[in-house]
Design a protein around this ligand. Sequence first.
Ligand code: C2E
Ligand code: CA
Ligand code: CA
Length: 654
Amino acid sequence: MKKVMKWLTDGLGFEKQSKYVDDYFFRANMRASIYMSVVVIVIEIWMIIRLTNTIFANNLQGNFMHYFEKYYINYIVLLASGILMLSYSQAYIRGKTNNHILGQCIKWVFTFVCIYFGIKVSINDYSKGEQILTFLTMELFSMCLLTWKPITAFILSGGSYLYFFLRMNEMVAVNTGEVGTTLATQINFLTMWISTMMVCVANYNNTRLQAQKDENLEQINAYLSKISVEDELTGIHNMVYFRSEGEKVLHYVVTDKDNLLFLFFDIENFKSYNEKYGFQAGNELLIKTAHMIDEAFTGSLVSRFSDDHFVVLTSVDGAQNKIGQLSGEIKKLQKEVHLELKCGAYKPTEDKADISQACDRARFACNSIKKHYDRTLRFYDKSLEDKFQLKQYIVNNIDTAIENGYIKVFYQPVVNTADGSICGLEALARWQDPNYGLLPPGAFIDILEEYRQIYKLDMCMVEAVCKDYRESVDSGKPFVPVSLNFSRLDFELCDIVSYLCETVEKYNVPKEFIDVEITESALTDQQDFLPNAIKNLRSFGYKVWLDDFGSGYSSLNVLKDYFFDVLKIDMKFLTGFDKNEKTRPILENIVDLTKQLNMMSLTEGVETKSQFDFLANIGCNRAQGYLFSKPLPLEELRKKINSGELKISKEYLK
Ligand code: C2E
Ligand code: CA
Ligand code: CA
C-alpha cells in the first residue's frame, strides 16, 4: 500500500523535492522560456506586420478599430507576454535576478496567454472550417517545452483541452453542417491530449532524474572538496590544507615574515587516555582540544596533522600567553590520566623557509620536552638545531655508513660469577663517523627505529660478528659466544631470523656462539609475529635472552607467556645498591625466580666489587659491567686478555 502511495505521489509530482531539484526545474524552465518567447515574439511581430500590410493594401484603414479589437489586441498581448517572459528568463540566466516567485508568476501568465490565444484563434479558425493548429501549437509550446509537474500538466492541459472541446461541440461543424464534433474528431482530440500528457510526464521525469543525478554529483563533489581540506574528526583544517596555505604565507605573503611562528602541539599521555576511556572519549578529547586551539588562535592557520598532533602558523605576538592558557584548559579536561599539553615552537629564518622543515622543527622541539613534567613550551634553538641536523644526518646516511664500514662492533664481556672469567660478549654498535666522530648507540638507535631503518644496522651487526668469529678462529684465536641486540622492528621489517641463519651458515659459525637479546618492551606490544619468531630462533638452536628485565614493563607476564634461556636483569636494580635496602632482597628474589623457571640469570651494569660479590653470593650466574670492561673493539679486548687483565672461561680455550 505504502509503495502504491509512493508511486502515485511521485508519479503525479507531489513528492517533496530538494531545493537543488527545485532550482534545477526552474532553471530548465527559464531556458526553455527563452526559445519559446523568442518564437512567440517573432511570430507576433510577423502577424502584426502582415495584418498591417493587408489593411493598407486593401485600404481598410477605416475599419482599424474592428481589426484592433479582433486581431491586434491578441497579437499585442501575446507579444507583450513574450517580451516579459524573455526579459525575465534572460535576466535570470545571466544571474541578474533570482526571484523565483516573480519568475513563476510570469511563466504562468505567459502560459495562460498562449493557451488562451491558442483557443481563441483556433475557435475562430474552426468556425471557418480550418484546422485547429494554433491551439495545438500553443499547447505543445506551453505544456511540453516548459516542464510541469504531472498533476499541474493534467489540470492545465486537461482543462484547456476540455474547454476547447466543449466550445467546439457547441459549434456547427463546417464539413457536416451539424452541431457538435464527429467521433473521428473526438478520438483525434483525445489522442492528441493523451500524447501531450505523455510528453509532459516524460519530460518531467527526465528532468527530475537528471536533477537528482546532478545533485548527487554535486554533493559528492562538495564532500570531496571538503574532506580534502578538512579534518574529518575535528572539523578544523587538515595537513594538506595547512601545507598549501602555509606555503603561500611563507612565499607569497609580503607580511612581516620575522613575526611568523610555527607551533606543534601534542597531548602527553593521550594514548593512555584513549586506552583507559576508549576511542569515543579519546575522540571527544581531540575535538575539544582542536576547538580550543582554533579559538585561541583565531585568524591563524590551525590544523590537525594526525592523532593528537596539531600545527598552527601564527604570529609571535601573544603566542606564549595563548599557549599558557591552552595548557591550563587541557589540564582541566584530565580525569585520572594526567594530561599535559606540549608545544614546540619554530620561528622560520629567511633562508630556511620551507614548510615541511618548519613543521618538522617545531615537532622536534615539541618532542624534546616530552616526559619533562610541567614543561609546556620549547623554542627551537641552536642546541636543538644541532640535534636535528644529526637526526637528519643519521637517517640520510645509514646506508652509506654501512657501505663504508663506519658501523663498528664493540664488545662488552659477560663474566661467569663463579670465577670472573669471560663466558660471553655483548655486541654493541658504534658509528665511527668522519664528521661527527664516534657516535654511541644512544645517538642513532632510537632515530633508526623511528624511521624504521634499524633492521639495516642489525643485519650489519650480524654479518660483522660472524665475520669476527671466522677471522678469529681461522687465525687460531679463541672466541666466546656473542649476544646480539635485535629490535622488535627487525622481525616486522625483514626476515631477520632467515638472515641470521644464512649468515651463520655463510661464515660457518656454530649456533651456540650466537645469542639473541630481545628487550622486554618489545614483547608488550602484543604482536603475533614475535612469539613465533622467538620459537623459531630457539628451534633453530639459538639462545634467546630477555634484555632489560624490570625496566618498567609488565615483566612477570612476559615470563609467563614466553620462554627465555637467559634473563638479563636491568642495570637500574643496581643504581641504589649501597643506599636502597630494598635492592638486595629484590635482586635475590628475581634470581630465585630464574632458577625456578630454569633460566640463567645475568645482571648488567655491575660497577663495583661489592655488587659483584653480592651477585655471586645470591647465585646470579653471570655479570656484565664497567667493573670488568666497557664495550671495546675486539682488538683492544684481546690486548686486555693477553695482558692478563681479563681471562677467558676455560671451556672456550682450546
Ligand atoms: P643494552 O642492550 O641494555 O646495552 C647495555 C648498555 O649499557 C650499553 O650501552 C653499555 O655500554 C652500557 N653499560 C654496560 N655496562 C655498564 C655499566 O657498568 N654502567 C653503565 N652505566 N652502563 C653500562 P650502549 O653500548 O650505549 O648501548 C645502549 C643501548 O643501545 C643498548 O642497551 C641497546 O639497547 C642498544 N644497542 C646497542 N647496540 C645495538 C645494536 O646493534 N642493535 C640494536 N637493536 N640495539 C643496540
Ligand atoms: Ca642488550
Ligand atoms: Ca640491557
